[in-house]
Design a protein around this ligand. Structure first.
Ligand SMILES: Cc1cc2nc3c(=O)[nH]c(=O)nc-3n(C[C@H](O)[C@H](O)[C@H](O)COP(=O)(O)OP(=O)(O)OC[C@H]3O[C@@H](n4cnc5c(N)ncnc54)[C@H](O)[C@@H]3O)c2cc1C
Length: 434
C-alpha cells in the first residue's frame, strides 16, 4: 500500500525518504507548480524559502547536534546540504537551487515514489497519511485542518517573545516573586528605575524592525501587540502593560519599582524563561542590544529571539501524540512546521521521525519513539507534551533537553548533552537497523 504525504517541503521529502528506503511506496502530493504559496518560487521539492543557511555546524550548538543526528538517521536533506555546501565559516550554508534539485532528483529516481502535482483540500479518508504542508499551508487545506482540529487549535500567526536561559539572568538584581505574592516565586522580575526605563524606552522606539512581506501585512490583536508598537502609543503605556510594576516589591529597595519586566518559566526543567508580553518585530541584533539594557539581563543569553510572522501551525499538545500521529485518528501523522517546530532543519528532522513512525504503523507495529535525550526527541516531546500556558513554536536549543546530570560542570554541559544524545541515537538507530 502507498503511504500518502501531503506537502513536498523539507519535512515531506524526509518522510518520503525514510519510507522509501525501508522498501515502502509513497504518493507525495505537492501543489507546486500549479499553485505557489506567497513565499515559494521554485518548482523543485524541499525549497529553502528564505536564507540559504542551515546554521551552526559544531555539535556544541544544538543546531549542529541536530545535523549529526539527522545524518545518523540517513537524512536526504543533510546528504544534499553537504554536497552543495558553500563557504560560510562555522555555519552550513548551501547553494539553494542545487540543494533542492538534487533532493527532487533522488526521490524521482526511486521506483516506489509517485509525485502528484495537486493541491490537497481534504484529509484522505483511508490509509496512512502524513500532513506536511508547512507554515504557508494553502487556505483550503488550512480550513480543513481547522475543521478537523477546532479553530482554537490552529494558529495563523506567530507572535513570539524572546526566551532566555535562566542561568544567564543576574539574580543580584532580578528577584523571584509573583504579583501581590499570589502564586509563590513563579516569576523572575527585573526592576527598572525611572531613569533606566527612559533609557530603555528611548532606544526601543527608534530600534530597527524586520520588514513584513506583502503577504504578512499584520493584523495585530490588541492582546498581542508587539512591544515596540505599544511603546509608540505613549511614553508610559508599557508601564500599564507588560512592564507594569504593580504588586511587586524590589527586595533591594523595599519599594515598588518604576517599571518591571517579568520572566515566566517555559519548560519543566526551569532552564528557559520567556519574557512576558515582549513579542516583537525588532531585528535580532537590536533585540539583544536593547533587551540587555534591562537590569538583570545585562548578560542574558537568548535561547530564541522574538518574532512575528505568518505561520500556520497546530496547537499540538493534547492533539498530536509524541509519535506525531493524531490522537483521535492515529493513521494521520503531522510533520514539519505545522506541528510547532520552527526552522528548516527542525522541520526536516520532524519529517524523518514522521516517516519512521508512519512506516512502523503501516506494518502494524508500534512506532519506536526517538530518545528524549536527542534534539529530535526533545523537539517532538516539546510539541506533544501537555502543558500549562501558551504553546509557542520552538527551534533546537539546549533548554528543551532533559537536564545534564547534576555532577556535570556548567562549562561541560553542552558537550555532555551532545555526547549523551549521539550515544542514545546510535543505540536507537542500531535497534532500528538504519
Ligand atoms: C517567509 C518565510 C521565511 C522563512 N525563513 C526561514 C529561514 O531563514 N530559516 C529557517 O530555518 N526557516 C525559515 N522559515 C521557516 C521554514 O520555511 C520552515 O521551517 C520550513 O520550510 C518548514 O518545512 P515544512 O516542510 O514544514 O514546510 P515547507 O518547506 O513550507 O513545505 C510545505 C510544502 O507543502 C506545499 N503545500 C502547502 N499546502 C499544500 C496543499 N494543500 N496541498 C499540497 N501541497 C501543499 C507547499 O507548496 C510546500 O512545498 C521561513 C518561513 C517563511 C514562511
Amino acid at each position: 500500500m502507498n503511504e500518502i504525504i501531503i506537502g513536498g517541503g523539507l519535512a515531506g521529502v524526509e518522510a518520503a525518504w525514510q519510507i522509501l528506503k525501508r522498501g515502502g511506496k509513497v504518493r507525495l502530493f505537492e501543489m507546486k507548480p500549479k499553485k505557489f504559496s506567497p513565499a515559494h518560487r521554485s518548482e523543485n521539492l524541499a525549497e529553502l524559502v528564505c536564507s540559504n543557511s542551515l546554521k551552526a555546524k559544531s555539535i556544541e550548538n544544538a543546531s549542529g547536534l541536530l545535523k549529526e543526528e539527522m545524518k545518523l538517521l540517513g537524512s536526504l536533506v543533510m546528504e544534499s546540504a553537504e554536497k552543495f555546501a558553500v563557504p560560510a565559516g562555522g555555519a552550513l550554508a548551501v547553494d539553494r537551487d542545487k540543494f533542492s534539485e538534487y533532493i527532487t532528483g533522488r526521490l524521482m529516481a526511486q521506483p516506489g515514489f509517485d509525485l502528484i502535482k495537486e493541491e490537497v483540500t481534504e484529509i484522505p479518508k483511508e490509509g496512512i497519511v502524513i500532513i506536511a504542508t508547512g507554515p504557508l499551508t494553502s487556505d483550503a487545506f488550512a480550513a480543513e485542518l481547522e475543521r478537523m482540529s477546532g479553530s482554537a487549535r490552529l494558529y495563523f500567526y506567530d507572535a513570539i517573545a524572546p526566551v532566555i536561559y535562566a542561568d544567564s539572568v543576574n539574580m543580584q538584581i532580578a528577584f523571584r516573586q509573583s504579583r501581590y505574592d499570589k502564586g509563590g516565586d513563579d516569576y523572575i522580575n527585573c526592576p527598572l528605575s525611572q531613569e533606566e526605563y527612559e533609557r530603555f524606552y528611548n532606544e526601543l522606539i527608534k530600534a530597527e524592525l524586520v520588514a513584513f512581506r506583502e503577504f504578512e501585512e499584520p493584523k495585530f490583536f490588541e492582546g498581542c501587540l508587539p512591544i515596540e508598537e505599544m511603546a509608540r502609543r505613549g511614553k508610559e503605556t508599557l508601564c500599564y502593560g507588560p512592564m507594569k510594576p504593580k504588586g511587586l516589591l524590589d527586595p533591594r529597595t523595599g519599594r515598588e519599582p518604576f517599571a518591571a519586566v517579568q520572566l515566566r518559566q517555559e519548560n519543566l526543567s526551569a532552564e528557559l524563561y520567556g519574557v512576558v508580553g515582549f513579542q516583537t518585530r525588532l531585528r535580532y541584533p537590536e533585540q539583544e542590544r536593547i533587551f540587555r539594557m534591562i537590569p538583570g539581563l545585562e548578560n542574558a543569553e537568548f535561547a530564541r529571539l522574538g518574532s512575528m510572522h505568518r505561520n500556520t501551525y497546530l496547537n499540538s499538545p493534547g492533539l498530536v501524540a509524541e509519535d506525531l500521529s493524531l490522537k483521535k485518528d492515529p493513521r494521520v501523522f503531522f510533520a514539519g512546521q505545522i506541528t510547532g517546530v520552527e526552522g528548516y532543519l527542525e522541520s526536516a528532522s520532524c519529517g524523518i521521525a514522521a516517516g519512521i513512525y508512519a512506516w512502523f504503523r503501516a506494518q502494524g507495529k508500534p512506532p519506536p519513539l526517538l530518545p528524549n535525550e536527542t534534539t529530535i526527541g526533545s523537539l517532538l516531546h516539546y510539541v506533544s507534551a501537555e502543558r500549562r500556558g501558551e504553546f509557542v513554536p520552538m527551534n533546537a536549543n539546549w533548554g528543551i533537553f532533559p537536564p545534564a546530570d547534576p555532577g556535570v560542570r556548567k562549562a561541560d554541559r553542552k558537550k555532555f548533552m551532545a555526547e549523551r544524545a549521539l550515544a542514545a541515537l546510535r543505540d536507537y538507530a542500531g535497534r532500528l537497523g538504519t
